[in-house]
Design a protein around this ligand. Sequence first.
Ligand code: ATP
Length: 357
Amino acid sequence: MNTYRIAAVHGDGIGHEIVPAGMKVLHAAAQKHGFTLESETFLWGAGYYQEHGDFLPENGLEIMKSFDAVYFGAVGLPEVDDTLPFKLFTNLVRTAFKQYVNYRPVKLFDGIESPLRSKTQSDIDFVIIRENNEGEFVQTGRQLYPDNPEGMACDTTIMTRAGIERVAHYAFKLAQKRRKSLTNVTKSNTLIHTLAYWDRIIAEVAEQYPDVAYKKMYVDAASANFVLHPEYFDVILTTNMIGDILSDLGGAIMGSLGLGGSGNLNPEGTFPSMFEPIHGSAPDIAGLNIANPVGQIWSGAIMLEHLGETAAAQDVMYAINQVTASGNLTKDMGGNATTDDIANRAIDALAVNPVNA
Ligand code: ATP
């Protein structure tokens, strides 16, 4: 029997509710499909920072490195400087573990009405591949004399050939397994150095995948098309910052930010990958058992897929869809189910699904 060691990092806010809810569903899927998840809980995040001065212990990365995967909630608290969670936790793990692919799927579940009234399930089904280790978010720059009339500030975007090529190959290979269409979302008509280089290298890689229809779209047009024509998209390949922004828009057209799951992937498996919902720690609703755990459970399905447990991953996706289809919805989706209700109904759905049994 395969055993996978999972580091369950709650983070803050609703992380304390949705990570345990998600783990419960994943344990049920593991039991059904004949493998074991050995999970260990870590209470790291902004709360830990308030007590210890950092988001994780000094040997936190070493500890996580010994696991097969990291199952993460969300970090951040209103009382803690909001620039710190990215710098001291999320981006630290993403770069230290070379998780250069951020895999963010967008799709419409049964029983959920998209704010795009005329769009159906077949119209909203695409994946955003966001470059996750460089680009606009490398945080290289400075402020000079910020209080003076001559004050100035700059941030530098860094794009490397190797960094662009590796994420591009991942995205084109993914497109080959899907509907064979890839859209490079860019803004190279104004960012004429970094993004023009990005476009040039993506176009070079595209030539190696002649079976994938390749097109380029500027991010302003892409934003409009998310709303007007989401059916245009299959695989979207884009940069760190553009992908960050577009994936919240993706969450919105799915019907709630609470629905989106994601994976920070190290495709070669040289370090563990990390799986987290696309939303934040939602401190405004923490502790009330009303947070939507679907994005967290979906992130778990992406984790199972990454670990090679494809049948279990598909089963979890089936279970999520059964839960929403039967009207079990948390407040953000227009219902009154609790976080625990959603997890328990997903476990019930796994138990009765004859497929993959
Ligand atoms: P971050 O910058 O870390 O992504 P944020 O400041 O954008 O976080 P979130 O924490 O994602 O904000 O919350 C934005 C809004 O969405 C809040 O009103 C929050 O309650 C709601 N929200 C986020 N996640 C969920 C969820 N899983 N279930 C229900 N509501 C949620």
